[in-house]
Ligand binder design. Structure first.
Ligand code: BES
Ligand code: ZN
Length: 648
């Protein structure tokens, strides 16, 4: 009982930290087990990153009519929200917005007859944006908001023609995850709220719009484009891009969109996409979204990939020329099951999206490319995890995160990815691949088109896997995996034979002090990187070099393999980090070009961080950033502002 009361006290403390008006009615003394379970569930499903109150009024559908104004760098138009009133006492609706200019709010019982209603826009919270409260007369079923976005909307980037591949036309794209949909759509911006949507997008006539919706690959350039998304999705999956975008089919239901000059290379690199979709269906059941297309964006796209449904957004840095980075597509495709079909209910549950997806990504890699490449990815992932465990505060190594008062973007490390994937790999090896695959298939089916909490998953796992194999119950400490820091005992240990050879090479190079020994120590060349190794082997090699590498050794490595000039963005990233650490100046010019040319946060932020460790480096970093900043996405800009101490 004491535990129970402590639990309840803890929960109500957590709730008190939220808005007082959202407090549930106090529990009676001595609550029943069921009541406790309900409070725990609700507390866990509570989204601290949204002002919306979906238990009172819930959005069912959003109809957008927006004009993309490239002169002003704004979207201007209306959003009509079809709503369902769940609490008859509710006489207003709260929505999430950030930097939106709210011009008019109307309400309607039928979507035809509109009446202007009052609204108030609260002061801006740095993480959550501004709460918009719209008064609603009784009988309201539709809410219409006339609005414009800000040129500095955190979820949009407006590119000048110079920032594109073609250099002739401007480009605009969105990135809504985690809490940026609200900067271009007034909405209940919580992953626990799912809506269908439709949109009319008006653009300059020579440009084309695409969305995370049904796109018509053969659409004529008329300047007016219509979209529908018939499946209910969370707001963070709403996405748009406008530019000189062309389409090329890859397979029956797969294709690629890109600027014309990028299209041939993109189509070649991504030619296995159809195979990947088929392989994932074999593993986890039918693909639920119709088509699977990929949009390759200009280099300032701040992520590697974003799993916008029906239309993955991807960085051009995956176009390595040898398909060595297409596991990123496997990752975004995997989200079509883990994330888009079964969605984390709050950002505290993000491991349900990213951990599952990282696990599924590797299963796809194995199915399409074989066990060898899968093992290399898994070992690299395990190394990344170890590095995080060694450097992060223990509280940040827990899977189920506590995020009150924290920006979900900033607090998202690779822990949910790699610890989550290792947890599932451990379940797989413990329970056997067949039973575990069947379990995952049933999980995706059971929770399809729903948003789930960590507690939902724990309950489902208990009933549908653990209870079925009582003899194994004690083997995987599920609670520790999810709620405690670090990695529990008995975790799976990924191994790669290919990497053993790489380790031998490192030993040889150290012994001889000469990089040429590397060539002798490795056996076969099998991919078109400028050395005898695959990208993954290179990454393992470079990560494994000792910290006290001499400048001469750096020089001889570079002379042997031209690492400073390597085109592969991932290998270049690790090499440039080494170059900064060792003061290897011949790479200076490349570093500058790299940082100016690419906007993917994961590739550039660690380099700025490394530079900022010395006073000299700090000066260089600021000089490069000054040049690069205007080309970066707002999210990358603000992260690096912080890294370089340019903002508090
Ligand atoms: N959904 C994520 C991107 C994301 C996560 C955006 C959280 C905002 C907040 C996407 O699926 C992802 O994980 N992208 C990775 C690539 C992947 C291969 C690890 C990336 O961008 O690096
Ligand atoms: Zn992901």
């Amino acid at each position: 009982m004491r535990m129970l009361l402590t639990l309840l006290a803890g929960i109500s403390l957590a709730l008190a930290a939220q808005e007082a008006e959202r407090m549930p009615t106090p529990m009676p003394i001595l609550p029943s087990k069921a009541e406790v379970a309900k409070v725990v569930r609700e507390a866990q499903a509570w989204d601290v990153h949204s002002y919306a109150k979906p238990k009172e009024i819930r959005t069912l559908h959003i109809a957008l009519d927006l004009k993309a104004d490239f002169e002003k760098k704004v979207l201007q138009g209306t959003a009509v929200l079809k709503v369902k009133v769940l609490d008859p006492a509710a006489n207003s609706m709260t929505l999430d917005t950030r930097d939106l200019e709210i011009q008019k709010t109307d309400a309607s019982p039928d979507g035809k007859a509109w009446k202007t209603v009052d609204h108030t826009l609260a002061a801006k919270d740095p993480i959550l944006g501004s709460k918009l409260t719209v008064s609603l007369p009784k009988g309201t079923h539709f809410v219409r908001i006339g609005y414009a976005t800000s040129p500095t909307a955190t979820g949009l980037q407006w590119l000048t023609p110079e920032q594109t591949a073609g250099k002739k036309e401007p480009f605009m794209f969105s990135q809504s995850e985690a809490v940026h949909a609200r900067s271009w759509i007034p909405c209940q911006d919580s992953p626990g709220v799912r809506v269908t949507y439709s949109a009319t997008i008006r653009t300059p006539k020579n440009l084309r719009a695409v969305m995370s919706a049904v796109n018509d690959p053969r659409a004529k350039r008329t300047g007016v484009y219509r979209f529908t998304m018939p499946n209910a999705i969370p707001s963070y999956l709403m996405a748009i891009a406008v530019g000189d975008i062309q389409f090329r089919a890859l397979g029956q239901r797969t294709g690629v969109y890109a600027e014309p000059s990028v299209l041939p290379k993109a189509a070649k690199e991504l030619e296995d996409t159809e195979k990947m979709v088929a392989a994932t269906e074999q593993l986890y059941g039918p693909y639920a979204w119709g088509r699977y297309d990929i949009l390759v964006l200009p280099p300032s796209f701040p992520y590697g990939g974003m799993e916008n449904p029906r239309l993955t957004f991807a960085t051009p840095t995956i176009l390595a020329g040898d398909k060595s980075l297409v596991s990123l597509i496997a990752h975004e495709l995997a989200h079509s099951w883990s994330g888009n079909l079964v969605t984390n209910a709050t950002w505290s549950d993000v491991w349900l999206n990213e951990g599952f997806t990282t696990y599924v990504e590797r299963r796809i890699v194995e199915a399409v490319y074989g066990r060898g490449p899968e093992e290399m990815q898994a070992v690299l992932g395990r190394q990344t995890l170890q590095h995080l465990l060694d450097t992060l505060p223990p509280a940040d190594t827990v899977l189920h995160l506590v995020l009150s008062g924290r920006d979900p973007d900033d607090s998202l490390s690779e822990i949910p990815y790699e610890k989550g994937a290792l947890f599932l790999r451990t379940l797989e090896t413990t329970y056997g691949r067949k039973p575990f695959d069947a379990f995952l298939r049933s999980y995706f089916k059971h929770f399809a088109f729903q948003s789930v909490t960590t507690a939902d998953f724990e309950g489902y796992l208990q009933t549908n896997l653990i209870a079925k194999f009582p003899a194994k119950k004690a083997v995987v400490p599920v609670h520790a995996w999810i709620h405690e820091a670090g990695v529990p005992n008995g975790a799976a240990e990924p191994r790669s034979d290919a990497f053993k050879k790489v380790d031998e090479a490192i030993a040889a190079i150290l012994k001889s002090g000469n990089a040429a020994a590397l060539g002798k120590a490795t056996s076969e060349s099998y991919l078109a990187v400028p050395a005898p190794w695959s990208t993954q082997e290179w990454l393992h090699f470079l990560r494994g070099l000792p910290a006290d590498l001499s400048l001469d050794q750096m020089k001889s490595l570079d002379a042997a393999w031209h690492l400073t000039d390597i085109g592969n963005a991932e290998i270049a990233h690790v090499w440039l980090r080494l170059a900064i650490q060792h003061g290897y100046t011949p790479a200076d010019a490349r570093l500058r070009n790299y940082l100016i040319g690419i906007g993917r946060r994961k590739l550039i932020v660690p380099l700025y961080t490394e530079l900022a460790k010395t006073p000299d480096g700090q000066v260089r970093a600021r000089a490069i950033f000054k040049e690069a900043r205007p080309g970066y996405h707002p999210l990358a800009q603000s992260t690096i502002d912080q890294v370089l101490g340019l903002k508090d």
